[in-house]
Design a protein around this ligand. Structure first.
Ligand code: ADP
Ligand code: MG
Length: 316
């Protein structure tokens, strides 16, 4: 019994101590919260927040105080560690009531925007770096690029009214940045909500060569026909079969020409050079008429622009 009494006294004492330490913690918490400059300001702006109202809702103020609201350090140390990662708290005061809510932080919004944009650019066999290309990064101190840059900007500006009927046919030597230009246009278009598709032609031709013409090929060809802006990279880098030239490339260009959908190309060849190249099929036949028909369609869906300049790959 005596033992029991002691035990009660001991727990009572412990309870008092716990209460004491709880009160200390509470006091410290209140002190920290009320000394936070932002919360100080909030209380000053809302005289309805009496001491009583603050005490009653201190836990909300504490939650607000403890969460990261500073997007400057995001995303490394920012709101990824908040109660809702990627969200930051927001406080509203109505009368003497404090309302705490969470909203997407700047970086969450930015990331979502980027994801949405990336989903507008479809690509087949294109290097990742090209998908990051931006018009702003194209150096324009080299006059050899000026016309190409002017044409690019003109195209992108026209898009605000309606999709232009013609894209651009960039031709020039290896390494001057033709493919990079395609990436820059694709990104600029995505910013305006316009979907595009970039295809590295040699890989696409290889894929078709090595596989039977199955449903996936038909599906791709169908996408190439319908995407608002189509971009064919490195046309002429491969010897095409007559079938590919006429049935694949020819039918895509035919469709887009009829529907006034623009196409961008890059090639090491000028159009007359490409015509000669296309006349030679992989079987060694010379088919000038059919090649001429392809060139005619290319002219209908794009405007030739030469890109000169240094080989940027030498910088490496
Ligand atoms: P091309 O298609 O004419 O052969 P690329 O577009 O592949 O040339 O460009 C060659 C290299 O130079 C690539 O590594 C590309 O990322 C880089 N490059 C091209 N233009 C720029 C630019 N304006 N700013 C930065 N890098 C560029
Ligand atoms: Mg290229």
């Amino acid at each position: 019994m005596i033992y029991g009494m002691e035990s009660i006294q001991a727990s009572l004492k412990k309870w008092m101590q716990d209460k004491q330490s709880f009160q200390n913690v509470y006091k410290q918490m209140k002190f920290d919260v009320l000394n936070d400059p932002e919360i100080k300001q909030l209380i000053m702006d809302h005289p309805e927040l009496t001491d009583h109202a603050i005490d009653r809702q201190l836990i909300k103020l504490y939650e607000y105080y403890s969460q990261n609201k500073d997007c400057r350090n995001c995303p490394e140390q920012g709101c990824q560690h908040n109660i809702l990662p990627g969200y930051k708290p927001r406080i509203d005061v109505v009368g003497s009531e404090i309302h705490l809510s969470y909203e997407k932080c700047k970086y969450t919004l930015l990331r979502e925007e980027q994801q949405k944009r990336a989903s507008l650019i479809k690509s087949l066999y294109m290097p990742k770096e090209i998908l990051k290309a931006s018009l702003a990064d194209i150096d324009d101190h080299n006059p050899a690029r000026h016309q190409a840059i002017r044409e690019l900007i003109h195209f992108v500006n026209q898009v605000d009214n309606a999709l232009p009927k013609k894209g651009l046919y960039f031709h020039g030597p290896f390494g001057v940045g033709k493919t990079y230009f395609l990436g820059a246009v694709a990104n600029q278009l995505a910013e305006k909500g316009i979907a595009s598709m970039l295809i590295y032609m040699p890989e696409f031709v290889r894929e078709i060569k090595s596989s039977f013409k199955d449903d996936s090929v038909d599906e791709k060809i169908d996408q190439f026909k319908h995407i608002p802006v189509l971009m064919l990279d490195d046309l002429g880098a491969e010897t095409l079969s007559a079938w590919f030239r006429d049935e694949v490339l020819g039918s895509i260009l035919q469709y887009r020409m009829m529907n006034e959908l623009p196409v961008f190309f890059t090639s090491n060849f000028t159009l007359p050079q490409l015509e000669k190249h296309l006349a030679m099929t992989s079987r060694g036949d010379v088919e000038e008429l059919k090649a001429g028909r392809i060139i005619e369609r290319i002219r209908q869906v794009s405007k030739p622009v030469e890109i000169k300049g240094d080989n940027r790959r030498n910088d490496l």
